[in-house]
Design a protein. Structure first.
Length: 214
């Protein structure tokens, strides 16, 4: 177990989906809207199906949702889905978890906060525009920007901000791996999409971070 030294702690790296908000309903609706512009070739995309994909990189999601399509056709459809996703989420938004803004406000007074996500380019910016939470974050990075694994992106965030003792908060095995590979304590958001039994700390609600970190 990696312990948290609160005296040395200087930053908190957050996963996005399943940690800060839940956008599965809106994203699945957007992808289905894009799908309906093409001749039918599969069953409608459901929220339940998309929840099983949350946290994966976009190419992995595409392979899971559209496994029968040739690569070029799949890539083209994914681009259409992402364009619709950005438009649709601006209308319907996502469900920000309870006490997120209050907790971010308290944490940001002492610590640098960053988002590290496997999402496509533009998704984090869309999240900020929808929620108005950008002011609490010092930096952000995504798979869509770099094409690199979450652990690599976490390391990039650490290096360019010169963080010495950050922690990682997330809800999936990929978040745990990113924390392990970069030597950070991992805080498991048990209210999110993933189901884990190996972590350094766990929270059942976002607001519990203040007691743990401050």
């Amino acid at each position: 177990m990696r312990s948290i030294d609160r005296a040395a702690l200087d930053a908190v790296l957050f996963d996005l989906d399943g940690t800060l908000w839940d956008s599965a309903a809106g994203v699945s609706q957007a992808w289905q809207r894009a799908l309906e512009r093409r001749p039918p070739f599969r069953e409608p995309i459901t929220e339940t199906e998309f929840r099983s994909c949350m946290g994966l990189c976009i190419d992995e999601i595409g392979k899971k949702i559209f496994p029968t399509l040739p690569e070029a056709e799949r890539d083209s459809l994914i681009r259409e889905c992402l364009e619709e996703e950005h438009r649709w989420l601006r209308q319907v938004g996502g469900r920000v978890y309870g006490r997120v803004e209050e907790t971010l406000s308290l944490l940001s007074r002492k610590l640098k906060l960053c988002v590290v996500s496997n999402c496509e380019a533009g998704y984090i910016e869309n999240f900020f525009a929808i929620t108005g939470l950008s002011g609490y974050f010092a930096d952000h990075i995504s798979f869509g920007e770099t094409g690199r694994h979450k652990s690599d992106n976490a390391r990039l965030i650490m290096e360019r901000n010169r963080f010495q003792a950050p922690v990682f908060v997330g809800d999936t095995v990929l978040d745990r791996e990113a924390a392990r590979l970069t030597g950070m304590p991992f805080i498991y958001a048990a209210y999110g999409f993933g189901r884990l039994d190996d972590y350094d700390y766990t929270i059942d609600a976002f607001g519990e971070l203040t007691e743990l970190l401050l």
